[in-house]
Design a protein around this ligand. Structure first.
Ligand code: NOJ
Length: 759
C-alpha cells in the first residue's frame, strides 16, 4: 500500500494513538498536559510544533530586519515552540524570557543544538570514538558533553547520529558508529544514556535525539541527501536496530531524514514514523523534522506546495517543523478546512509538551541558564583528561611492520612531517559544537611534550592541505600543485631515526554536504609521502581523517600506520601516548577500509550471493572484480596491538539447542607478547540457511579483555535465541531453526569457527 493511500486510515487512527502512547507515561504529567492542551488555542498548539534557528541577537534589542523581527514577535506570541542554535546562559535566558514573559500561556521554549562529539571540550568524532569498542567511554564522553552543554543553557542535542553507513564517500559517515548494526545499537544506547543521564530533569542532563530516521546513510553513490532505495529486510535488519536501541534506552526525541526511501521521503513516511516508531515501538517522545525537510517535500515531488507538504508531514507523524515554516503557515488552514484532524495536531503537541515536562522546564524554565555553572563547567580542565583517555582508546594501529612502533622517547631524532602535524584545528573535526577554532593539541606538540631532552624533534609542514578559509570555516580548496615545501621535508627526514608523517583530511572534508567521489589522500599529499620515503623509508603514517580512506597504493609506502581520526581537543597527546607506548593501542575499525573507491559500498556483513567464491563459477564467472580483490584493505574489527594475542580452543557448550535455549561459547585468549594489552574479542554468527538470504557473518558480541604478558584467559559468551533473530520472509522478528556457524577472533577476517543447530 502506498503512503498516500494509508493517509485516510491513519487520520482515523490518529485520535486513538495518544491514548495508546500514554500508557507508558507518567499519569501526573499526562494530566498536566491535558490541562494545558485544553487551554491552548489552535495557533498556540501549532506554535509548539514550530522550530526556528537563531538568526538574531537575542540579548540585544529587537532585530531590525523584517524576517528576524517577525520571528522575534512570533516567539512573544507563543508561536514558536523551540529554537536551535541559541547557546550560552545569557542568550538562552533572554530567549526564554521572550516566550515565558510575553506569551499568553508562558510555555517555555526548548533549546536544541548539535552537540555531536563534545560541546567545548571536543571528543573524537563519533566514528573514531566507536573504534574504542568501549561503550562506557562513549557514555562518559556524551555525559561530559551534556554537562557542558546544559551549563550553557541547552536542553537538547541533535545526537546521537545512529545512521549505519557502508559508503565512505558519504561525508557524514564521520558522525555515526560505522557499518555494523550490533555495535551501532550499543553505541546508540550508550550515547543516549550519557546525554540523558538517569533523570532528564536534572540540570546537567539534556534530551538526546536519535537521527536521521531513517536510512539517511544509504544515499545512492554516497552523495548526501540522495535517493535511498532499500528493502524492508535491509531497513529492519541493518538500519533500524540502532534506532530501536535508542528508543529502548529512553531517547526523548528522534529526527527524521532528508532522504526518500523507495519513493516516500522519510518526513512523509507513515510506515517509519507512525507504524514502526510510534506504533510497534511505542515511542512517546517527539519527532523533529530535519532542517527544512517538510518544505523539501515540494522539491521531492510528493507535495505541490507548502500546504500539501504540511499535511503529509503531520499525517505521517513529523511532530516538530525545523525551519521550514510550513506548519506555522499552513496547519491552521488545514485544520479549519477539515483536511487535517485537530487530533493530529493535539497528538504532536502532547509529545512536545511531554518532553518539556520531562526536562523540568515547567517547574523552572530558566533552570539550565545559569551563568555561574557555565563559567565553571564549560571546557572545565578535568574534562580534558577524559577527552585524552577516550581519544587514545579510539586510535587503531593499522599496521606495524618490523615493530617500528612504539618509538623511543628517551633518545634519537624524530622528523615530524606533513600538513596536519602542527594543525590545531583539524583534530576538532566537523560538527564541533562550541569548541574554539585552533585549540586542539597538535601532533607536533603532543610529541614534543612526550619526549625527553635528548630527543631531537624536527618539523616540516611539507605541503599545505588547505588553502582557503570561508565564513563556513575551512573549506575544501585543496593544494594540488604547491610542492615548494617538499625540499624542507626531505631535509628534515634525512638522517632521522624515524619519520612521523601526518596526512589525511582536514576537519571539514567530512561531514554534512561533504561527500567525495574520491576517498584517497587529496592534493599533493601522496607525492609528499613518496618524496620523503625516497630519503627515509622508516615512516610512521599517522592518519587524521573523518572517513575510511582508500589507501591501496599508499599503504605499502609506510611500514607503520596509525588511524587517528579527528580525535578532539587532546588529539596530539593521545597520539603521542600511542606512538611512544604509554598506551598500548586496542582500537578496532568500526567500518571497513576499502582498497579502492570502486569497492564501496563494502562491508563485512555482506551476503554470499549465488556465486560467492571461485568454486561456484570458475576463474571468471563468480562475483568479483578482475582488477582488485573482493576483500577490503583493512577489515571491520581490525586493529593491532604492541603485544600479540593468540586464540585457541574454541568450544561451544551445546551442539543443539531448542528455541529459548542458550549456547555457551568459550575461547582461550593468550597474551603471547611482552607487553600488557587489551584485546577486543569479537563473536560473529552465520545463519547458514534462512527464509531470506543471510549475511556471511554478523557481530553478536564482543568483550574488551586486558591481559598481562604471558597471561591466558578463558573468555566466555552466551548466545541466546534472541541473538539469532532477524526480520524473516514472514515479516516477523524471530530466529529460524537450522544450522549456525559461530566465529570468534580479533577481527571480522581472522576467526576460528564451530557450528551448532537450533531445533
Ligand atoms: C541538518 C542536519 O542534517 C542535522 O543533522 C542537524 O541536526 C540539523 N541540520 C540542525 O543543525
Amino acid at each position: 500500500m502506498i503512503d498516500r493511500a494509508r493517509l485516510l486510515l491513519v487520520s482515523l487512527a490518529l485520535l486513538l494513538l495518544p491514548a495508546a502512547a500514554r500508557s507508558a507515561t507518567d499519569p501526573a504529567v499526562e494530566k498536566r498536559i491535558d490541562e494545558l492542551v485544553a487551554k491552548m488555542t489552535l495557533e498556540e498548539k501549532i506554535g509548539q510544533l514550530n522550530q526556528y534557528s537563531s538568526s538574531f541577537d537575542l540579548t540585544g534589542p529587537p532585530p531590525p530586519d523584517d524576517r528576524a523581527k517577525a520571528r522575534y514577535d512570533q516567539i512573544k506570541k507563543g508561536l514558536v515552540g523551540s529554537m536551535l542554535n541559541v547557546t550560552g546562559a545569557a542568550a538562552t535566558r533572554a530567549a526564554q524570557e521572550l516566550a515565558v514573559k510575553n506569551s499568553r500561556l508562558g510555555i517555555p521554549l526548548i533549546f536544541g543544538y548539535d552537540v555531536i562529539h563534545g560541546y567545548r571540550t571536543a571528543f573524537p568524532i563519533p566514528l573514531g570514538e566507536t573504534a574504542s569498542w568501549d561503550v562506557e567511554a562513549m557514555e562518559r564522553s556524551a555525559r561530559i558533553a551534556a554537562i557542558e552543554a546544559s551549563a550553557s543553557g541547552l536542553h537538547w542535542t541533535f545526537a546521537p547520529m545512529v545512521d549505519i553507513a557502508r559508503d565512505a564517500r558519504w561525508g557524514r559517515i564521520m558522525e555515526g558508529a560505522g557499518e555494523d548494526p550490533y555495535l551501532g545499537a550499543l553505541a546508540a544506547a550508550a550515547r543516549v544514556r550519557g546525554f540523558q543521564g538517569k533523570d532528564l530533569a536534572a540540570v546537567d542532563t539534556i534530551a538526546a535525539c536519535a537521527k536521521h530516521y531513517a536510512a539517511y546513510g544509504f544515499a545512492e553513490a554516497g552523495r548526501d541527501y540522495n535517493t535511498v532505495d532499500i528493502s524492508e529486510q535491509t531497513l529492519r535488519n541493518v538500519v533500524l536496530p540502532p534506532f530501536k536501541a535508542a528508543v529502548d534506552a529512553g531517547v526523548a526525541t528522534l529526527m527524521n531524514s532528508f532522504n526518500e526511501i523507495g519513493g516516500t521521503p522519510a518526513t512523509a513516511s507513515v510506515h517509519l514514523q507512525r507504524e514502526i516508531l510510534k506504533g510497534e515501538w511505542g515511542f512517546d517522545g517527539f519527532v523533529v523534522s530535519d532542517w527544512g525537510s517538510i518544505g523539501e517535500l515540494v522539491p521531492h515531488g510528493v507535495a505541490r506546495d507548502a500546504r500539501e507538504a504540511a499535511k503529509l508531514a503531520i499525517a505521517a507523524g513529523s511532530d516538530m517543523d525545523m525551519e521550514s515554516g510550513a506548519y506555522v503557515a499552513e496547519l491552521k488552514g488545514l485544520v479549519e478546512s477539515g483536511a487535517v484532524p485537530v487530533g493530529a495536531v493535539d497528538e504532536a503537541v502532547r509529545r512536545v509538551l511531554r518532553v518539556k515536562f520531562r526536562l523540568g522546564l515547567f517547574d523552572d524554565p530558566y533552570r539550565y541558564s545559569d551563568a555561574e555553572r557555565e563559567k565553571r563547567l564549560v571546557g572545565a580542565p578535568e574534562h580534558a583528561a577524559a577527552a585524552r583517555d577516550v581519544a587514545r582508546k579510539s586510535i587503531v594501529l593499522l599496521k606495524n611492520e618490523g615493530s617500528l612502533l612504539p618509538l623511543d622517547k628517551a633518545r634519537g631524532r624524530i622528523a615530524v612531517i606533513g600538513p596536519l602535524a602542527a594543525d590545531p584545528d583539524t583534530p576538532l573535526g566537523n560538527w564541533r559544537g562550541s569548541a574554539v577554532k585552533n585549540t586542539a593539541v597538535t601532533l607536533l606538540d603532543g610529541i614534543k611534550a612526550a619526549v625527553g631532552p635528548s630527543v631531537e624533534v624536527r618539523y616540516a609542514e611539507g605541503a599545505k592541505l588547505v588553502t582557503a578559509e570561508t565564513d563556513m570555516g575551512r573549506e575544501l580548496t585543496l593544494n594540488t600543485d604547491d610542492r615548494s615545501g617538499f625540499a624542507a621535508a626531505e631535509q628534515a627526514a634525512k638522517g632521522a631515526d624515524v619519520v612521523v608523517m601526518a596526512l589525511g583530511e582536514n576537519a571539514f572534508q567530512a561531514g554534512e554536504g561533504r561527500s567525495q567521489a574520491e576517498i584517497g589522500l587529496k592534493g599533493v599529499q601522496a607525492d609528499l609521502l613518496r618524496a620523503v620515503r625516497a630519503v627515509n623509508p622508516k615512516i610512521v603514517l599517522v592518519l587524521q581523517n573523518g572517513r575510511p580512506l582508500a589507501l591501496q597504493d599508499i599503504a605499502p609506502l609506510a611500514p607503520a600506520m596509525v588511524e587517528a581520526w579527528h580525535l578532539g581537543s587532546q588529539s596530539g597527546h593521545a597520539i603521542a601516548d600511542v606512538l611512544f607506548g604509554e598506551h598500548n593501542p586496542s582500537g578496532k575499525l568500526p567500518v571497513s577500509f576499502p582498497r579502492v573507491v570502486g569497492q564501496v559500498p563494502i562491508y563485512y556483513n555482506a551476503k554470499h550471493t549465488g556465486r560467492g567464491d571461485p568454486a561456484s563459477g570458475g576463474m571468471v564467472f563468480w562475483s568479483h572484480y578482475t582488477d582488485v580483490p573482493n576483500t577490503p584493505l583493512f577489515p571491520f574489527g581490525h586493529g593491532l596491538s604492541y603485544t600479540r594475542f593468540e586464540y585457541s580452543g574454541l568450544k561451544l557448550g551445546a551442539a543443539e539447542i531448542a528455541k529459548g535455549g542458550k549456547v555457551p561459547v568459550e575461547v582461550t585468549l593468550k597474551n603471547a607478547g611482552s607487553r600488557a594489552g587489551t584485546e577486543v574479542v569479537q563473536l560473529y554468527v552465520r545463519d547458514l540457511v534462512g527464509s531470506v538470504t543471510r549475511p556471511v557473518k554478523e557481530l553478536k558480541g564482543f568483550q574488551r579483555v586486558a591481559l598481562a604478558p604471558g597471561e591466558s584467559r578463558r573468555v566466555t559468551f552466551t548466545l541466546g535465541t534472541d541473538d539469532l533473530a532477524f526480520y524473516t520472509a514472514a515479516g516477523r522478528w524471530e530466529a529460524e531453526p537450522g544450522e549456525f556457524e559461530v566465529f570468534v577472533g580479533g577481527s571480522s577476517a581472522e576467526t576460528q569457527s564451530a557450528r551448532f543447530v537450533l531445533r
